[in-house]
Design a protein around this ligand. Sequence first.
Ligand code: ZN
Length: 229
Amino acid sequence: MPDCPRCLKPLPLCICDSVKPIESRLSLLILQHPQEQDRALGTARLTALHFKDAVLRIGLSWPSLSKALGRPVHDPSRWAVLYLGSAKVADLDTKSDIVAINRKGEIEDNQRAILRDIEGIVLLDGTWSQAKALWWRNAWMLKCQRVILGPAHPSRYGQLRREPRRDGLSTIEAAAMLVASLEKRPDIAETLHASFERMLAKYRAAQSVLPELAPKPRPKRDYRRRKRA
Ligand SMILES: [Zn+2]
């Protein structure tokens, strides 16, 4: 089965014909772990296709934000990394669903100013451990803000996929939440969610005709962890 040259998905899963790149104020940098292999359900490339100002890079480490992005960034502190640490929005004293935190995992005092000044967002695409590897291998991220999300709804992946990250969101859902909220553009979230739903609908429909998409048991995370210990 040939793949779509744009989204690289098997053609029955491609929704490229309905994707029109959005003009956004924020820039987007999506870093994908090279071992992230989920071409069918992955959303990194689809997310990048949705924005005029989005870059997808596949790799493990880059020397700087500028190098990763492919253009100069003058102030990395105006970029935010969607952070993966143990801090949870629910544990913080806030009503906001997007929170800037400091290195200790505490809520930053000047939330408003930090979030208002953000020019770009870094998203780490992959499983929980792949995303963590990206975090540890790219020291320049320490110069960026850290934001965490407290989504009001669970991921639309539902039962199709184990939680890809601690906040449970796919890359496209995380981008939708961040960009729409920081830019006060609910239309961006609607567009991205609609695309994701369309992709999932195609996936469910294709499961019966594409044997490689049939549900298969996934290795249990706990088992892997025990083996490594
Ligand atoms: Zn496509």
